[in-house]
Design a protein around this ligand. Structure first.
Ligand SMILES: C[S@@+](CC[C@H](N)C(=O)[O-])C[C@H]1O[C@@H](n2cnc3c(N)ncnc32)[C@H](O)[C@@H]1O
Length: 373
């Protein structure tokens, strides 16, 4: 259901999904030591709307930040409509809100003298000479003036537009930046992104409760009544993508299932067994294993090796995954399967008791330390 929202966002380039402060806090609590003396860039973040700006401004001193830069894109259809934070002197000035601009914060004073920084202090942030607001041409993260800001940054933290995720993460990697950004798990299958995971250049963070997030959004929510929250859209399968070191990626997945030929079918056109869920990975299987992409949330490179990604047709060919053949396709169709596969496609399949089945997208892995059979 929520996936539909995201796909719709991609086609219509609907990118206005605003992250909740509680979700940012829940994830960021694991990364605090990374931020001392660092320049943080939030480059898809209108300070009027973005809780990323709010989070870093409020915790500027606690985190020991050197600088916070937020840039605002002038293409946002709801920019300036939902003011979560309001600053003098523009509270009622619609003009300035429609422009792309950047805010640079280098000093946050605790004006209450209560030891904490709260919103009433943040109101005055931009009246401090050391903090600057200035206009930008477009605020597009690819715009040269935004790239200059990226070069200054040590860590980029945001929820970027879903429709530009490939390009967005590509740019961060190109400029060798540390980052913590929200993306959809489907992006793990992209052939630009899977190699980053495979080469241990990117991994998944702690994630959202139940693997789904509620974003403030102007679009229609299609979640069931139980999952619906007023003014929000529920999106399942979202996660945090990062290259900041976290203990999670060294946690070992507990494996409790024993391998048996009957329970773990082997693909007919590739020498690997199919495992339907991460919790069912057998502890004693030394060969190749096909698992759902959700496995990557539990991936520990000391425990497993990533071999390939069945969504990448080039990889399928290189790995020697055979084609399905006309007879298999005919059998599939007889079973009423309407999947878009053809005889010459290199797509993993299993024939069991005369029935053909096609697993969903799989990541091929190998257990580095299988227990003896
Ligand atoms: C998923 S929303 C997240 C907003 C904010 N980061 C948050 O989490 O609340 C992505 C934002 O990026 C903006 N955006 C779209 N295209 C952009 C671009 N090319 N450069 C910078 N920002 C862009 C959208 O207008 C939208 O506000």
């Amino acid at each position: 259901m929520a996936n539909k929202n995201l796909n719709a966002a991609k086609t219509a380039k609907k990118d206005e999904f605003y992250t909740q402060l509680t979700d940012i806090e829940r994830e960021l609590q694991h990364y605090w030591p990374h931020f001392r003396d660092k320049v943080v860039l939030c480059n898809c973040d209108d300070p009027y709307e973005s809780n990323f700006f709010k989070y870093f401004a409020l915790r500027f001193n606690q985190l020991g930040l050197k600088k916070l830069i937020c840039t605002c894109y002038n293409g946002s259809p709801v920019q300036g409509n939902e003011l979560l934070l309001r600053f003098e002197p523009w509270d009622d000035d619609d003009e300035i809100k429609k422009k792309a601009y950047k805010v640079e914060i280098t000093e946050v004073k605790d004006l209450n003298g209560d030891g904490a920084v709260d919103l009433s202090d943040v109101r005055y942030l931009l009246q401090n000479d050391k903090n600057v607001l200035s206009t930008l041409q477009t605020g597009d993260f690819r715009d040269p003036e935004c790239v200059e800001l990226l070069k200054q940054a040590d860590i980029v933290v945001t929820n970027p537009p879903f429709s530009l995720f490939r390009e967005y993460i590509g740019q961060l990697v190109e400029y060798e930046k540390k980052f913590l950004i929200i993306g959809h798990q489907n992006a793990l299958k992209y052939k630009e992104i899977f190699p980053l995971i495979k080469n241990n250049e990117v991994w998944l963070g702690y994630g959202f409760k139940g693997g789904a997030a509620h974003f403030t959004s102007p679009y229609e929510d299609k979640a069931t009544a139980g999952d619906h929250r007023e003014g929000m859209i529920r999106v399942s399968g979202v996660n945090w993508f990062t290259n900041l070191e976290i203990p999670k990626r060294h946690e070992k997945l507990d494996l409790v299932c024993r391998y048996s030929k009957e329970e773990y079918p082997t693909y007919n056109n590739y020498d690997a067994i199919d495992v339907k869920s991460t919790s069912e990975i057998p502890f004693d299987y030394p060969g190749l294993i096909g698992v759902p992409i959700t496995f990557l949330d539990k991936y520990n490179p000391e425990q497993f090796e990533l071999i390939g990604n069945t969504s990448d047709t080039d990889w399928l060919r290189e790995a020697g995954v055979g084609t399905m053949g006309q007879e298999t396709i005919n059998n599939l169709r007889k079973q009423g399967n309407k999947a878009h596969v053809t005889a010459n496609m290199n797509s993993l399949y299993i024939i069991k008791d005369g029935k053909v089945s096609l697993p969903y997208a799989r990541i091929i892995i190998r257990n580095k330390h299988p227990k003896a059979l």
